[in-house]
Write a protein that binds this ligand. Structure first.
Ligand code: 6CS
Length: 294
């Protein structure tokens, strides 16, 4: 089997979401995959990933945060940072499992993966359910709208000002939560399963805007669609790697090597490759981002 080729054996299914295990860059073909939901064997997660030489990471396939190449290679800003930190910890491989954002925390706590490496933005409710590393990415949010922005949607306030306006969001995503936190009526929100569907909803007139991180929308941009400047009435978005509450030893070991990475040019190289600012990520703390409402 060619490197990075996805064989039938590697297709992991479980729970409400089908999860696809994808070999990461550099992983040798034919490695063994642990079945989701089988829980950890004896010892901590840190012991387990060190012993097996890989960590299972939850990803979404939303460039530039996470991306799966045609050959199955897992990449994107977050997986690349996580892989670099794990390598410094002596863990050479990552295995990506694709799942929706709303399933990432439940799946982590069901031992279907070991780390969330998807750009799952920190906020109070999430920081109450999982442990985060220190920040790895800081980013902004925008709307995708029809060219010319006919309804002049520039922020959440402009959505609330016109009850006929509908906004497409990923269910359980940060944007979904941000609208609810600002009391946007459910009748103004349209759930869509992925980025492509959000753009199509705007093109078809089922939504007046698609709410997603600015860089993700830039990756999805197509003729007839404009991406607004960053929305100013949404609190700052930033993410780190996500871990189970029971894995404090893993988070401590991870953060130690993340600090070393963030002090090196390698961190700038990884983030700038995907359009993010390394200095912006260095300028905030986990506590600051975990204070974000919602
Ligand atoms: O944290 C989240 O839920 C959001 N993060 C990204 C990278 N994209 C959309 C998602 O809603």
């Amino acid at each position: 089997m060619r490197r990075n080729e996805i064989s039938r054996r590697q297709l992991l299914r479980g729970g409400a979401t089908a999860a696809l295990a994808l070999p990461a860059a550099g992983i040798l073909a034919g490695c063994s995959f642990t079945q989701p939901g089988t829980g950890q064997s004896a010892g901590s997660t840190l012991d387990q990933v060190r012993k097996q030489g890989f960590a299972r990471i939850a990803i979404a396939n939303e460039p530039p945060y996470t991306q799966i190449k045609p050959d199955g290679t897992v990449t994107g800003a977050e997986p690349d940072v996580v892989a670099a930190v794990l390598k410094r910890m002596g863990i050479p491989e990552i295995q990506g499992v694709v799942t929706p954002y709303e399933s990432m925390i439940p799946g982590l706590n069901a031992n279907r993966w070991d780390i969330i490496a998807a750009g799952l933005f920190m906020k109070q409710s999430r920081c109450g359910q999982i442990l985060y590393s220190e920040p790895e990415i800081v980013s902004t949010e925008s709307f995708a709208v029809l060219a010319g922005n006919p309804k002049k949607l520039t922020n959440v306030a402009s959505v609330k000002a016109d009850p006929t306006v509908k906004v497409a969001v990923l269910p359980g995503g940060f944007e979904d939560g941000a609208l609810k936190t600002q009391n946007v009526p459910a009748a103004q929100m349209v759930n869509i399963p992925d980025g492509r569907s959000g753009i199509e909803a705007v093109q078809a007139g089922r939504a007046d805007a698609f709410f997603l991180p600015t860089l993700s929308l830039n990756s999805l941009k197509t003729d007839g669609i404009d991406i607004t400047p960053p929305i100013q009435d949404v609190q700052q978005t930033g993410s780190g790697a996500g871990f189970r509450k029971s894995d404090q030893d893993l988070v401590n070991a991870y953060d130690e090597q993340l600090r070393a990475l963030k002090a090196s040019p390698e961190f700038d190289q990884i983030l700038s490759k995907w359009g993010f600012s390394a200095d912006a990520a260095r300028s905030v703390t986990r506590d600051q981002l975990c204070a974000v409402a919602g």
